[in-house]
Design a protein around this ligand. Structure first.
Ligand code: SF4
Ligand code: SF4
Length: 72
């Protein structure tokens, strides 16, 4: 696991992180209109979500890196 947090108070529901994640880690909660961490164990620590979030609402912990799966 590498992604640690999506701050709901900062999240504006822009969905950028949902589109930016190459894995199935972040999904969009239609009821709350916020991004939510769904499958954190699939996170490969690529930092796309943290870098692309315009509200700085996401924290990815660099100390907890899963091995990047081999290319297929
Ligand atoms: S990119 Fe940031 S503000 Fe946009 S949905 Fe994701 S967490 Fe929320
Ligand atoms: S660091 Fe990469 S793999 Fe992990 S949640 Fe963010 S975009 Fe997805």
């Amino acid at each position: 696991m590498a992604i640690e947090l999506i701050d709901k108070d900062k999240c504006t529901g822009c969905r950028t992180c949902v589109d930016a994640c190459p894995m199935d880690v972040i999904r969009f909660d239609e009821d709350e209109q916020k991004a939510v961490i769904t499958y954190p164990k699939e996170c490969i620590c690529c930092y796309n979500c943290e870098q692309d979030c315009p509200e700085n609402a996401i924290y990815v912990d660099p100390k907890r890196v899963n091995p990047i799966p081999p290319a297929w």
